[in-house]
Design a protein around this ligand. Structure first.
Ligand code: O2Y
Ligand code: MN
Length: 596
């Protein structure tokens, strides 16, 4: 297929505008085929950008530029028409000024390169919850990653030709090959030229200068969260930074749980967890993003809009996440910024193997005595979700799965109990709005200082966060809605000597069991000033070697600790000014009154 074959004038005009501005040597429309994927990987092996691994099968390794290793929040902007609509938690740029700057930055930015057009679907192509996008990019690395992370194919162009709306996603690494400039393995632009921008009113994304992860695979954070959160607000659904898991009880009863945790809090591990309690089963629907719409029965139905996992490699092992390791080991994966072994495999910190010699992510020889990390801490694997051994058979069901519970959580050494059920929906929204982790304190005065990350959406909400809280409240008021129950969990509580009070990993299934039973209205909770906590003896700790004093600390209300947190919540809420829904302050006042 060629651009001249496209009849939809909106799509054709948009493509032609960028082709004319970027001046690529070639234009290729991606068809999502294995042949095209293999051809691009082979081309990158030839150019030195990719190394073909001996294991896992059909897998590749690549290393980024050392300055282009993660999402760049400082260079991420919401270009809404009015600054106040971006809100206090986003960087903002005037859309007209930003577009004028892009006219200069993109001029000739693809000289000497191929411009790829990637038609993709977020979610199963035929799902009423899914949405379509077209990403233009000059990075073959982005193309092959998008082929794993989304559903790519010319069928999407047919849908657009038939009138389906689409999100416009424009990307360039910002490294033209004009004059004598030679190509490099990982082209990118200096940080002051990097821009990850979102035009919410136009449903458009423009990204310049970075080839890495969330900056460049535009279906993920840019579309599926920042733009989709705006679409969800306008259309009455939810786009959330949540994993989705399927929980089956020993009796065969099934419930679906969606959980929001800040980045790097173990969402992928929880989504693929192996329960330690007999008879319970966890299967995966998604590990990062949930799109949810009300079904005719009033329940919220969720899909995973992605088709792959873009997981953090360091820390992933047979102990922390055996099913992620098994997924990767089935092959067809791309490893970015990991180390490589001398026998053609990959390695990262906390990997199960203990190699004596490696090549690190900076291409240097490495041994355990080197004194530096072999893999970059944000090294990633990109791997197809469909080959996860515990992927639920219904993970691509177009109608989605009905959600029974939402879990929120952060990393809290103190105060926050292991599990706490919201008193009602509005209280649950308050729990989401006050989600926080402790900062790693540089000085003693900062100990206990919280970094708030409401609903784990701080870097990902495409509009004013006060309005986002309002949207959650509105969802709770939908007539006939059968809403999920809301819980706040904390796997990271520590004792005074610093030891973890809760073993975590597969034992988190014990908390899931309590949540499951509460969704069936089991009388296993006691009402406290902060919410419903497990009544004595109702959390399954059978076979667990945990001191009674640790269990007590995990499940009691630290009244003094909560009182100390209140001023930080007040400071956090003050940021949202008059866009903070009045219900949030009422919830805070009610909490204060209950604490006494
Ligand atoms: O650094 C990046 O670009 C990746 S960020 C990411 C990737 C997968 C899942 N979640 C995240 C995140 O930051 O929440
Ligand atoms: Mn994430």
């Amino acid at each position: 297929m060629q651009v001249s074959d496209i009849t939809n004038s909106n799509l054709k005009t948009w493509l032609q505008k960028w082709i004319d501005l970027c001046e690529p040597t070639d234009v290729v429309i991606c068809d999502g085929s294995k042949a095209q994927y293999d051809q691009l990987c082979n081309m990158m092996v030839k150019s030195g950008a990719f190394i073909k691994l001996d294991k896992p099968a059909n897998s590749y390794h690549t290393r980024s530029d050392k300055t282009d290793v993660a999402r760049v929040e400082d260079r991420t902007y919401i270009c809404s028409a009015r600054q106040e609509d971006a809100g206090p938690t986003n960087h903002w740029k005037d859309p007209k000024e930003m577009r004028a700057e892009f006219d200069v930055l993109f001029k000739g930015s693809m000289k000497g390169r191929t411009l790829y057009v990637i038609p993709f679907s977020m979610g199963p192509i035929e799902s009423p919850i899914s949405k379509y996008g077209i990403e233009i990019t000059d990075s073959p690395y982005v193309v092959v990653n998008m082929c794993i992370m989304t559903r790519v194919g010319t069928a999407i162009i047919k849908k657009i030709e038939a009138g389906a709306p689409f999100v416009k996603c424009m990307h360039s690494v910002g490294y033209p090959l004009d004059g004598d400039t030679a190509d490099v393995p990982w082209p990118s632009a200096p940080v002051e030229k990097k821009y990850i921008t979102h035009f919410p009113e136009d449903r458009e994304i423009i990204s310049f200068g970075s080839g890495y992860g969330g900056n460049a695979l535009l279906g993920k954070k840019c579309f599926a969260l920042r733009i989709a959160s705006v679409q969800a607000r306008d259309e009455g659904w939810m786009a959330e930074h949540m994993l989705i898991l399927k929980l089956t009880s020993p009796k065969g009863e099934v419930k679906y749980v969606a959980a929001a945790f800040p980045s790097a809090c173990g969402k992928t591990n929880l989504a693929m967890m192996e329960p330690s309690i007999p008879g319970w089963k966890v299967e995966t629907i998604g590990d990062d993003i949930a799109w949810m719409k009300f079904g005719p029965d009033g329940q919220l139905y969720a899909i995973n809009p992605e088709a792959g996992f873009f997981g953090v490699a360091p820390g992933t092992s047979m102990k922390s996440n055996p099913n992620a390791m098994r997924t990767i080991n089935r092959g067809n994966s791309i490893f970015t910024n990991t180390a490589i072994t001398l026998d053609g495999g990959v390695w990262w910190e906390d990997h199960d193997d203990k190699p004596a010699q490696l090549v690190d992510w900076r291409r240097r020889p490495w041994t355990p005595a080197s004194g530096v990390k072999a893999a970059h801490p944000n090294a990633r694997f990109t791997t197809p979700a469909g080959q996860c051994p515990v992927i639920a058979p219904e993970w691509e069901d177009p109608k989605g799965v009905p959600i029974s519970a939402f879990l929120f959580g952060g990393r809290r050494k103190t105060v926050v109990p292991l599990v706490n059920e919201a008193l009602d929906w509005e209280h649950g929204v308050f729990l989401g709005a006050t989600m926080a982790s402790e900062t790693t304190a540089a000085n003693l005065a900062e100990v206990g200082k919280l970094r708030f990350d409401p609903f784990a959406m701080l870097p990902f909400c495409g509009y004013h966060m006060g309005d986002y809280f309002k949207h959650w409240l509105k969802i709770g008021k939908k007539a006939g809605a059968k809403l999920p129950k809301i819980f706040y969990v904390n796997w990271f509580r520590r004792g005074e000597d610093g030891h973890f009070l809760w073993p975590g990993f597969g034992d988190n299934s014990r908390v899931l069991e309590w949540v499951f039973n509460r969704c069936n209205d089991a009388p296993t909770a006691r009402k406290t000033p902060i919410g419903y906590l497990p009544a004595e003896g109702t959390l399954n700790v059978k076979g667990l070697d945990i001191p009674a004093s640790d269990l007590k600390d995990l499940l009691e209300v630290d009244v003094q600790g909560w009182k100390a947190v209140v001023p930080q919540i007040e400071e956090h809420f003050a940021k949202f000014g008059d866009r903070l829904p009045k219900e949030m302050m009422q919830q805070l006042e009610a909490l204060k009154a209950r604490l006494g």
